[in-house]
Design a protein around this ligand. Structure first.
Ligand SMILES: Nc1nc2c(ncn2[C@@H]2O[C@H](COP(=O)(O)OP(=O)(O)OP(=O)(O)O)[C@@H](O)[C@H]2O)c(=O)[nH]1
Ligand SMILES: [Mg+2]
Ligand SMILES: [Zn+2]
Length: 400
């Protein structure tokens, strides 16, 4: 299908796997197109022809190569040059178009011998995660361990809520199943079913259900998250042997801030999906709005699907005729997270006096959110537009 669109548009499309300084490692969608062009011609439909000339083998003595050999990036030259190290076109810099890991991009002027190219366009993003900064993520795979470290329901709940708050699909894998009995597994499974999740029990060490986990990930961009030491990097290494992620380090036990500049990279699964690792940390920030919180509990969503509360702004505490309040296990978690969310909002309100820098803004689906306020005239020194232009200039200077 990808090759179809390539043939139809005559454009080179690809996905940004990593950003290194001012270069972007782009994986082209060419695999299929190359095979069809140089291999099995029967799969090519009558009259269909790729419009771009793609050399089957990159020759080292390409005189058109504009980069001296010493400047060439360390991209292996293969018969199928799927990876190009790209720069960003000046036009994109001028309009302030940033390129993120996960972005779908149009690549121009491929230099097959040198393994280089230029990103000419960034296609509209389907989604945009903040931490890690990755575009077009389809799902979050939450990995927890059933033991070592012990499974703590409250911590797991917190991670689940955080994952649900992205609006993306959430999958749950419970690793280190080699450390517990089948009966213990069943108990955990029953309990989590009540939370609205059907966990997949895996063991990286004993290779249990790894193929099943891989099945979840084909042709999607997945971010793996979870507490420290649960085996996230081990799982990725198992799925993608050449990922070579460091395992068994105490990364997540360090302060969270230490990870903010951590390198973000997508690794390709043999089955075609892309995976990103994240460093484990033990307490994800809860920064959602009190009114939204309930929707991050699947078991509460179900209750709301079957009934509705009397008040549209019901926070499901002690309001009369509430459809949510009840004897579900995580209701206690909900109340606790709600308190934290309200406390956080109150703090923001206090800052929201006339001179404050935040204002409450209505968002889609009736949600509201605090956003930075534009400076009032009285305090305005530099317009935002000027600031932006200055920033862009700075970017350009640093990139050229
Ligand atoms: N018993 C057992 N141990 C495992 C399994 N998978 C991983 N481990 C061990 O768990 C430890 C932590 O694994 P990592 O892959 O580094 O965990 P992580 O989730 O990436 O940790 P952070 O990077 O700190 O977030 C390592 O010592 C692994 O060998 C498993 O299935 N069973
Ligand atoms: Mg790790
Ligand atoms: Zn209610």
């Amino acid at each position: 299908m990808i090759a179809e669109s390539f043939a139809a548009t005559g454009q080179l499309l690809g996905t940004v796997l990593a950003v290194q300084a001012n270069f972007y490692r782009v994986q082209l969608d060419l695999g299929d197109a190359l095979t069809r062009r140089h291999g099995d011609t029967e799969t090519r439909r009558h009259g269909e022809k790729p419009e771009i000339e793609i050399p089957s083998i990159a020759t080292s003595a390409n005189t058109e190569n504009s980069f001296p050999a010493s400047e060439r990036p360390p991209v292996p030259v293969s018969p199928h040059p799927l990876l190009l190290l790209c720069t960003r076109r000046t036009r994109l810099k001028k309009i302030g178009q940033q390129v993120m890991v996960g972005d779908r991009v149009v690549v121009e002027e491929p230099d097959w011998a040198g393994g280089r190219g230029a990103i000419a366009e960034v296609l509209p993003r389907q989604s945009e995660l903040d931490r890690p900064a990755i575009a077009n993520v389809n799902q979050i795979l939450l990995v927890f361990a059933v033991a070592d470290p012990p499974l703590e329901p409250y911590q797991l709940s917190r991670f689940l809520i955080k994952a649900e708050s992205t609006g993306l699909e959430v999958l749950l894998c419970l690793n280190k199943s080699d450390l517990i009995s089948p009966q213990e597994q069943q108990e955990i499974s029953d309990r989590l079913l009540g939370w609205g999740y059907q966990p997949l029990f895996i063991s990286v060490t004993n290779r249990i259900n790894i193929d099943q986990a891989a099945n979840y990930l084909g042709n999607k961009i997945t971010v793996i998250a979870g507490a420290s030491g649960v085996g996230k990097s081990s799982l990725i290494n198992q799925l993608i042997p050449n990922a070579n992620l460091r395992v068994g380090e105490v990364s997540g036990k360090l302060a969270r801030g230490r990870h903010t500049t951590r390198h973000v990279e997508l690794f390709e699964l043999p089955s075609g999906g892309l995976l990103a690792d994240t460093p484990g940390f033990n307490q994800p920030d809860m920064d959602c709005n009190p009114e939204e919180l309930i929707h991050y509990f699947p078991e509460a969503r179900e209750r709301l699907a079957f009934g509705s509360c009397r008040f549209s702004d019901c926070l499901h505490r002690d309001e009369p005729e509430c459809a949510v309040r009840g004897d579900w296990e995580r209701y206690e978690h909900y109340l606790e997270f709600l308190d934290a969310a309200i406390a956080r909002q109150t703090q923001l309100h206090q800052q929201a006096d006339p001179e404050s820098t935040l204002k409450l803004k209505s968002k889609a689906k009736g949600h509201s959110q605090y956003e930075p306020k534009l400076e009032t005239k009285k305090y305005r020194r530099v317009s935002r537009k000027t600031q932006l232009q200055d920033l862009q200039q700075l970017y350009q200077e640093s990139e050229e």
